[in-house]
Design a protein around this ligand. Structure first.
Ligand code: MHO
Length: 209
């Protein structure tokens, strides 16, 4: 049996709540976690983040997506030329392999022609990743306590669950109803869960930061 290749990726694109939802909704992205990386301070927290950056760390399946595809999503969903008022919110790619590094640098060069100002994305090797506090994980999905309960998700499983990553994307409006229907073939939602998710999609509520 062919073993699925699981790879890691790490991106900073400003406030990590909606970034987690954006990537979680993508086909081939298995799990997502928000956290702090890119700095030297040991044990950063949201209120003592030091020189770290808000990032999302994801595990993806190379059969169904690719680093190139993830980079496309990265570049087209934020402004990589903007210099935020805090390092915490910078545009960043923390790579795990030489191949990721090369693709990050190459696509950054290609993207430059789309911008009048220089791209300021920090591209650096992935250092230690510190999980953010539980209340930041799957931030939007957490606002649906009833759904969490029917799915049996708690603080621990919210970080590791593939279903939670997808749902967090759906309830943030990162996918259309049609896309949800197509994706849901992979998951056995109960009718109640389906109704809840569809209601969230129909409400048109988008992720906020
Ligand atoms: N909405 C927050 C940012 C939250 S974030 C996880 C704010 O504007 O302060 O950084």
């Amino acid at each position: 049996m062919f073993n699925m290749v699981r790879e890691k990726a790490c991106f900073g694109m400003g406030c990590f709540w909606h970034v987690e939802a954006l990537f979680g909704a993508q086909l081939g992205v298995l799990t997502t976690k928000v956290g702090y990386s890119g700095g030297k301070l040991e044990g950063p927290t949201y209120y003592k983040i030091g020189d770290h950056v808000e990032v999302v760390e994801l595990a993806y399946e190379n059969e169904k997506t690719s680093y190139e595809k993830l980079l496309k999503i990265f570049w087209s969903n934020h402004d990589p030329t903007s210099k935020p008022y805090k390092r915490q919110y910078i545009s960043a790619i923390y790579y795990h392999t030489e191949e990721q590094k090369n693709l990050a640098e190459q696509t950054m060069k290609e993207q430059q022609s789309k911008h009048a100002r220089p791209i300021v994305t920090e591209i650096a090797p992935a250092g230690k990743f510190y999980d953010a506090e539980d209340y930041h994980q799957k931030y939007q999905l957490r606002c649906n306590p009833k759904l969490l309960k029917t799915l049996g998700l708690n603080d621990t499983t919210l970080k590791s669950s593939e279903l939670a990553a997808k749902l967090n994307g759906y309830v943030c409006g990162m996918k259309t109803k049609q896309e949800f229907e197509a994706d849901s073939k992979e998951f056995n939602f109960t009718d109640e869960q389906r109704q809840y998710i569809l209601a969230a999609i129909n409400s048109g509520v988008k992720a906020h930061c």
